[in-house]
Write a protein that binds this ligand. Structure first.
Ligand SMILES: NC(=O)c1ccc[n+]([C@@H]2O[C@H](COP(=O)([O-])OP(=O)(O)OC[C@H]3O[C@@H](n4cnc5c(N)ncnc54)[C@H](O)[C@@H]3O)[C@@H](O)[C@H]2O)c1
Ligand SMILES: C[N+](C)(C)CCCC=O
Length: 485
């Protein structure tokens, strides 16, 4: 393993590292071996207050800068991230256990794309002029103020950038709390933003568990909270934010359907089903874990997915040949194996995998179930592990009804060569992000987010601007002013 990446201190506030070792210890381990990568401390009340005070103090001068000036700094940070991509990718692999083959292209790189995108549009964030006869109105696009970002552990630097870039472009300041399991890359992002010229206090990182996230959400100085996490956490954070009438973005979990019709390009659909279930060892919110396959092609489709999944290279995530890594934590490993057991107990047919991998560590084999029915736990609940469920269907109407029969609404996909059907199906999907003849592509230019229990608001694209700014309306009377008496 390369050298251990112990940061200078646990938190980054006002442009510098800060420590308070009175906080609860927070240890991060390499999931492939259990080795300690870094040892940090959760924020104490004084660290939470310090970060919010810094963000509050930096607010006015950052908001007073022009969009061009703010954008230039974000774009410079994107360039630095790209230059340091390998180092950041290794760090992300050490923190998450995701294969370096993935982190080199999907994590810091996506963060750089996001900073570049919002850096580019920062100068064009304006209100509008509304002519009203001889009177007129105009709107002023204003930042919300101090924002709080709370991250999940599966895409740590991507999540930090997806929140920081639009927030900062709009003139807000941010306090970001990464997941307690992956504290490291957000600190690097903070260093990079400082190097790019970001004024002190505009972006701050503090570590901690749910309690720290809760303290941030409850603080009266905070105007907006953006959470990436599970639905149960989302319900708590949304409720707490509502008490202070705060803006929210909720990027939560899913149990997304992927519909494969019998006229689909089978090779493409097989690739998509594999990506939609086994990339990042299945630890992706938008994964298409309910694979509905039209009955006529099910045997061949299943055989092809099985054959290709057997070729997964399971190994040390730092080896660039590895394309399937361990679970992030003992808890996620245990949850995944317990769902596999439930699948077996509830009558699904285990086609492949189903066990901890013999190499040890926190590896769970890529697992495929067929004969899955809509009522089974593995078809209803988010597992967040490498477990693919096949569900046969006959008609489009039936597949859609079953696909939408879930509390979640994050994502959905369809494979068919009939484009009329493809558009009809996505129009009927109850999901915020849909794909036709591909899956899980999330470019920065496209809004991303969920409906139903999967979330509120959108990240990325111009849509995110609406969630990090608000409009002030100004009516201008050109006279005369009349009154009834
Ligand atoms: N929709 C998306 O964009 C997206 C992306 C990635 C992950 N996710 C979801 O995230 C989940 C996996 O991540 P996780 O296990 O880290 O989720 P989690 O809900 O356990 O934790 C998410 C974050 O919330 C914090 N937190 C926990 N309780 C809190 C509270 N009461 N107040 C404030 N903060 C609190 C945690 O410390 C962590 O930083 C999955 O459900 C996955 O689908 C969603
Ligand atoms: C870019 N991905 C890989 C689709 C991840 C989106 C965020 C969900 O976990």
């Amino acid at each position: 393993m390369p050298n251990i990446k112990q940061p200078e201190a646990s938190h980054y506030i006002n442009g510098q590292y800060v420590e308070d070792n009175a906080g609860t210890e927070l240890v991060t381990r390499y999931p492939a071996t259990g080795e300690v990568v870094a040892s940090l401390y959760a924020a104490t009340n004084s660290i939470v207050d310090h970060a919010l005070t810094a963000a509050d103090a930096a607010r006015a001068s950052w908001a007073a800068m022009t969009g061009s000036e703010r954008g230039r700094i974000l774009r410079k940070a994107a360039d630095i991230i790209r230059e340091r991509n390998r180092e950041l990718s290794v760090l992300e692999t050490l923190d998450t256990g995701k294969p370096l083959q993935e982190t080199l292209v999907a994590d810091a790189a996506s963060g750089a794309d996001c900073l570049e995108y919002f850096g580019a549009i920062a100068a064009g964030l304006t209100g509008e002029h509304i002519q009203l006869g001889k009177d007129f109105a105009y709107t002023i696009r204003e930042p919300l103020g101090v924002c709080v970002g709370i991250g999940a552990w599966n895409y740590p630097i991507q999540i930090a950038c997806w929140k920081a870039a639009p927030a900062l472009a709009c003139g807000n300041t941010l306090v970001f709390k990464p997941s307690e399991m992956t504290p490291l890359s957000a600190l690097k992002l903070a260093e990079i933003l400082t190097e790019a010229g970001l004024p002190d206090g505009v972006f701050n990182v503090i570590q901690g568990y749910g309690e720290t996230g809760g303290a941030l959400v409850d603080d009266s100085r905070v105007a907006k909270v953006s959470l990436t996490g599970s639905v149960p956490t989302g319900r708590k954070v949304y409720a707490a934010a509502a008490k202070g009438m705060k803006h929210v973005t909720m990027e939560l979990g899913g149990k997304s359907p992927l519909l494969i019709f019998d006229d689909a390009s089978l090779d493409d659909a097989v690739s998509a089903a594999i990506n939609a279930n086994f990339y990042s060892s299945g630890q992706i919110c938008s994964n298409g874990t309910r694979v509905f396959v039209q009955k006529g092609i099910l045997p061949e489709f299943l055989a092809r997915v099985k054959e290709r999944t057997q070729k997964a290279i399971i190994g040390d995530p730092l080896d660039e040949a590895t394309n399937f890594g361990p679970m992030i934590s003992q808890a996620q490993f245990d949850i995944t194996l317990s769902y596999i057991q439930k699948g077996i107990d509830e009558g699904a047919t285990l086609v492949l995998g189903g066990k901890a991998h013999h190499k040890g560590g926190l590896y769970v084999e890529p697992t495929i179930f067929s004969d899955v029915t809509d009522d089974m736990s593995i078809a209803r609940e988010e597992i967040f592990g490498p477990v693919m469920s096949f569900l046969p269907f006959d008609t489009e109407e039936e597949a859609l009804r079953r696909a939408n029969d879930t509390e979640f609404g994050l994502a959905a996909g369809v494979f068919t060569s009939d484009l009329t059907r493809a558009h009809r199906v996505v129009a009927a999907f109850e999901a915020g992000t849909c794909w036709i003849n591909t899956y899980n592509l999330t470019p920065i230019e496209m809004p991303f987010g969920g409906t139903k229990a999967s979330g509120v608001g959108r990240e990325n694209a111009k849509a995110a601007i609406e969630h990090y700014s608000e409009l002030k309306s100004v009516y201008v009377g050109m006279g005369p002013v009349e009154a009834a008496f």
